[in-house]
Design a protein around this ligand. Structure first.
Ligand code: SME
Length: 137
């Protein structure tokens, strides 16, 4: 790897690769814990710009994963009561936490315009991606 490439450039490249190659991955981004605050901060992403650059712990799918430390697969976002809508085109969402030394330090968040598009294969694949990401942070 090229040490002149920054972490954010690498994370952005991962977003681009995923969005470009997996047809039902329509928004791909990273959120990270914001210092010692009880909130997530948006990192590199590909897709429509979002107003939700800061998400308090517990709020929305992302904020829930920040406190649960568990994968969250949403087949139908309209059925979720604790959900933050970024785009009206989004039908399904998957959020996978990133662990460094056992600590949940952030997550990959993917939105799909196709209902019920995320499978256990996506979970296993994205867990692998998150493990690789943890190694470059
Ligand atoms: N839908 C997310 C907010 C982030 S956007 O999907 C980019 C949520 O409910 O936490």
């Amino acid at each position: 790897s090229n040490s002149s490439t920054t972490v954010d450039e690498k994370l952005y490249a991962i977003c681009e690769l995923l969005e470009a190659n997996i047809t039902y991955y329509n928004w791909v981004g990273f959120y990270f814990k914001n210092g010692d605050k009880n909130e997530l901060k948006l990192g590199p992403y590909v897709g429509e710009p979002t107003d939700h650059t800061i998400i308090p712990f517990g709020k929305g799918i992302c904020g829930q994963v920040a406190v649960s430390n568990q994968n969250f697969v949403v087949p139908d976002v309209s059925a979720q009561d604790n959900y933050i809508a970024c785009s009206i085109t989004v039908k399904a969402e998957i959020v996978i936490p990133i662990f460094v030394n056992g600590e949940n330090i952030g997550q990959i968040d993917i939105d799909s315009n196709t209902p019920d598009s995320f499978t256990e294969a996506d979970e296993r694949f994205l867990e692998f991606v998150c493990k690789q990401v943890a190694e470059i942070l």
